[in-house]
Ligand binder design. Structure first.
Ligand code: S3P
Length: 183
């Protein structure tokens, strides 16, 4: 990556916000990107876990999805006040229009995508940590949720397909895209 793009981005104080379906690599790419840009990294689900002292599956099991979405929304309002961070969000955050508006006003929204097959391969080893994929056939559930959410993900400023790319390559492409928009 050329140094000129990196140094241009160092005075870009908006957040870089990663959205997209489960298993598209938001957290892995986000960490690498933050490291590359020397920015602090925040993981929205991690923030929810930290503030509640509970894991995401525990929150779903004890209080249900509606309470998780309320906590998620609270965390979005806090995180949207940050500047110059890389933020990885949970896959369903974009289904709330106010979340999208807040995140957009705080930064640039990058949507990561992948095919349902790639997502299935990536999430199978950690399926128990994704409450929404526990019921029914995971492949059908992924296809169903992806179809329901397509129009929400389409609101992002940039979309990057991660299917055949390593997280390092995705991070580089994000840096180039933000550089083009910002430059
Ligand atoms: C969810 C995605 C999860 C987590 C929660 C709900 C969703 O985050 O927020 O289980 O609605 O797609 P990841 O996208 O990081 O797996």
């Amino acid at each position: 990556m050329c140094g000129a793009t990196l140094s241009r981005l160092s005075d870009f104080d908006k957040n870089i916000v990663l959205v997209g379906f489960m298993g598209t690599g938001k957290s892995a790419v986000g960490r690498l990107l933050a490291d590359r840009l020397k920015r602090p990294f925040v993981d929205l689900d991690g923030e929810i876990e930290r503030t509640t002292g509970m894991s995401i599956p525990q929150i779903f099991a004890q209080y249900g999805e509606a309470e998780f979405r309320r906590l998620e929304k609270e965390s979005v309002s806090r995180i949207a006040t940050l500047k110059g961070h890389v933020i990885a969000t949970g896959g369903g955050v974009v289904m709330d229009e106010e979340n999208v508006q807040l995140l957009k006003s705080s930064g640039i929204l990058i949507c990561l995508t992948a095919t349902p097959d790639a997502i299935l391969q990536r999430i199978l080893p950690t399926r128990s940590s994704r409450p929404l994929l526990l019921r029914g056939d995971p492949k059908e559930r992924i296809a169903e949720l992806m179809a329901l959410r397509a129009s929400y993900y389409a609101k992002a400023d940039v979309t990057i397909d991660t299917t055949h790319r390593r997280p390092e390559e995705v991070a580089e492409e994000i840096i180039r895209s933000v550089g083009r928009i910002h430059g």
